[in-house]
Design a protein around this ligand. Structure first.
Ligand code: AMP
Length: 419
């Protein structure tokens, strides 16, 4: 029979890798908590309309990459291609704004995009991100950037680069758009097919082209900063000042635009020089127009999303924290003692000690080999002799020392090691 394999662009996270994932997830929870953010978990499936409106029908994510299907009740359902729209849907649906003027939220979970798979680009990938909903002040932007930076740094990633930009207010962007279109129009035949389409639908997206000829053309194009109002300028200066105060190095990159209409003011991206072509670890910005666009009250918000697979690739060189939980392998060579050993193991686990019990009834030698393989600190051993003497052998696996103690002293023995 044909072997059934995972779907192209999706990956199993195998036991050898899952510890790294847990470490990253723990670091995200820890850092987000330190900043006062609370976790939100939303469903993986949503009504397609949410992303059509919330991400935009003209984006690649929605128009080409989204997994959607008609459900039995004829509604169209999508696998989420990102999580901001879902968080905002939930914020509006549960009226979270009524609990407090500012909601500081974070999330972790899989997203789905039907992209061409390559290193750092998958069809099911995992994101973590934050959304701060309610504040329209530049210190909020700086806080969100700082949180993202801090997760990456504390996870041991060096060589980070933060780029920031501002796309100003709606007015500023509309004026810029008009001027950009009239500048690019004479070059239309030199633009790629994709950019020609974007010129009509979403001209700002042309700014992040990877095409060299288009980059050349863009060199003399009007720049967004020429269209900033005084408020836009001051806002951007404040964001820069606060990031500076936090000691985070950054570069201003005027080409860093988010093409979506609901974005305003600050945009940012953190990349790693240790990654190849797909070097963006985290991207975000202020999206003051989204909550209203999705049917909520006009509420300002800022957030980011980061790709966890890429974070783990960039973190390959990090120093891994040592496993601090004491680990015991429980060996039994006498079938009648199995119950006693399981009972003792349970008591030890109640002390917070990891205990792995043999259940294959292998030879003493094989069980000892297994104890070393799973990096246990100690082996506890009960055989026929120990059973009759009411004793238990304790072997310290790093020092190689072995001693026999009274069975009744087992818990006190390990209690004294852990406390
Ligand atoms: P975006 O939602 O497109 O702004 O993406 C935010 C982050 O998610 C990016 O900076 C990447 O780190 C990550 N990401 C986006 N798409 C993919 C993908 N197909 N595979 C892996 N990571 C991705």
């Amino acid at each position: 029979m044909n072997q059934i394999r995972s779907i192209k662009g999706t990956h199993d996270i195998l036991p050898a890798q899952s510890k790294d994932w847990q470490d990253l997830e723990n670091q995200i929870h820890k850092t987000a908590n330190l900043y006062g953010y609370q976790e939100i978990r939303t469903p993986i499936i949503e009504n397609a309309t949410l992303f059509n409106r919330g991400v935009g029908q003209e984006t690649d994510i929605v128009s080409k990459e989204m997994y959607s299907w008609d459900d039995k009740d004829k509604s169209t359902i999508s696998l989420r291609p990102e999580m901001t729209a879902s968080v905002v849907r939930s914020y509006i649906q549960h009226n979270l704004g009524s609990n407090s003027l500012l909601q500081r939220l974070y999330y972790i979970g899989p997203s789905f995009r039907r992209e061409r798979p390559q290193k750092g680009r998958q069809r099911q990938f995992h994101q973590f991100g934050v959304e701060a909903i309610g504040s329209n002040n530049p210190e909020q932007d700086a806080e969100v950037i700082s949180l993202g930076w801090s997760v990456l740094k504390s996870f041991g990633i060096d060589n980070l680069e933060l780029k920031i930009s501002s796309i100003g207010s709606h007015n500023c962007r509309d004026n810029f758009k008009t001027k950009l279109i009239s500048y690019l129009d004479p070059f239309i035949n030199q633009l790629s097919e994709v950019s020609q389409r974007r010129l009509k639908k979403n001209p700002l997206r042309i700014l992040d082209t990877k095409n060299d000829q288009e980059k050349q053309i863009l060199k003399s194009a009007p720049k967004i900063e020429e269209f900033y109002t005084n408020d836009d300028k001051n806002y951007f200066l404040k964001v820069q000042q606060y990031i500076n105060d936090l000691g985070i190095p950054f570069k201003i990159d005027p080409l860093l635009v988010r093409g979506l209409d609901y974005y305003t003011q600050t945009t940012f991206e953190i990349s790693s020089k240790d990654l190849g072509a797909q070097d963006a670890l985290l991207g975000g910005g202020r999206y003051n127009g989204l909550i209203k666009a999705l049917g909520g009250k006009d509420t300002p918000a800022v957030g980011f999303a980061a790709g966890m697979e890429r974070v783990l690739i960039a973190a390959k060189k990090r120093k891994k924290p040592k496993n601090k939980t004491l680990c015991i392998y429980a060996i039994c060579t006498h079938d009648e003692s199995l119950g006693i050993l399981q009972r003792s193991s349970e008591k030890l686990r109640n002390l917070g000690i990891k205990v792995v019990c043999e259940t294959l009834r292998r030879s003493m030698r094989s069980q000892m080999r297994e104890a070393n393989k799973c990096n246990a600190d100690f082996a506890i051993i009960i055989g026929e002799e120990e059973f009759f003497n009411k004793t238990i052998q304790i072997k310290n696996l790093s020092e190689g020392k072995q001693e026999s103690i009274k069975y009744q002293d087992l818990i006190t023995y390990f209690k004294s090691l852990t406390f």
